[in-house]
Design a binder for this molecule. Sequence first.
Ligand SMILES: Cc1cc2nc3c(=O)[nH]c(=O)nc-3n(C[C@H](O)[C@H](O)[C@H](O)COP(=O)(O)OP(=O)(O)OC[C@H]3O[C@@H](n4cnc5c(N)ncnc54)[C@H](O)[C@@H]3O)c2cc1C
Ligand code: FES
Length: 345
Amino acid sequence: MADDLAPHGSRSLIVTVADVIDETADAKSVTFDADFDYAPGQFITLRIPSDQTGSVARCYSLCSNPFGDEKPRVAIKRTVDGYGSNWVCDNLKVGDQVEILPPSGHFTPSDLGAHLLLLAAGSGVTPVMSILKAALAKGSGRIVMFYANRSEADVIFARELRELRAAHPDRLNVIHWLETVSGLPDAKALATALRPYKAYQAFMCGPGPFMDAVHAGLEGAGFAHHQVHAEIFNSLAGDPFEDVAVEEATDEELADAASVEIELDGDTHELQWPRKQTLVDVMLSAGLDVPYSCREGECGSCACTLTEGTVEMENSGALDPDDIADGYILGCQARPTSDTLKIEF
Ligand SMILES: Cc1cc2nc3c(=O)[nH]c(=O)nc-3n(C[C@H](O)[C@H](O)[C@H](O)COP(=O)(O)OP(=O)(O)OC[C@H]3O[C@@H](n4cnc5c(N)ncnc54)[C@H](O)[C@@H]3O)c2cc1C
Ligand code: FES
């Protein structure tokens, strides 16, 4: 990668690779010399060069502790036939510069002091690891981590987890589940195993079938929707690095606009919401600091709660059924279908 990277948009940051570690045969962690703030569980978006398309954008969760001495670190597992993950694993080396979008996402505990049930499979361990370390550093609650992998050789961060367990024997319990020993975890087995923790806040991340089994297992164990938080890993199709040019609404569109009351960072804003525009576009036009990253419904950065009114969404890929049941919507996809709405970020 060139040494003098120029940012493609006003939101981009240029960071330098400080370390690359082989975590398993098909996963690497990459540490950056950078000092941006982030919340545990958030992700950054990497701009990865491509001869075919110029670049692709791929999100990678931070696995480092935002509150300790660790530099920001991501972990990438090769996807079979995947372009971005293999490019990163094959090419990135110490000293390379990378263009990224700053940390984003809402997969983060609102209370690090709560008892936490962390559920991860494969590369889904990355955001969970950041939450785990942050909660151990800042909170005082109990943490149970259920971590599924194909075999022992596939366990990313095995040594780090052993060290954390040894340092916090009263607070942390790590349950490893190996597919080669016990098969795939099913909903019934999970419900039985997870029932003792039904007062905990659950955070899950992993491949689709794992997430489906965990959702069903948590439901079977008696968890309520609002206790269940999930991060969905998807690849982006567009280019979120380009600055957004929001089309101005016509007089006719403004006359037919919905009214929306938005709570953001403790302030309330009242805006007209033209029906063709998304909530993120409307908020950007109004100069509000709305959280967003991909603008294609895949990363979850723009998730917010609809407390009054109705919207339609073209793509809700970043939301799972528990999120939707709790009233979450994606601001980058939402267009109003009622005349008045209330939304909380
Ligand atoms: C919020 C979030 C957090 C995530 N965190 C992590 C994480 O911590 N760790 C992790 O491993 N993954 C994470 N992911 C998943 C990650 O972003 C990627 O989806 C994953 O690495 C697979 O990407 P891939 O390009 O390798 O595979 P694919 O997306 O499957 O690659 C195939 C795609 O690339 C295109 N393509 C193929 N060749 C080229 C080419 N030469 N040029 C351009 N395009 C091409 C194809 O058209 C196809 O669309 C996260 C995703 C999200 C949304
Ligand atoms: S900005 Fe990524 S889902 Fe809305």
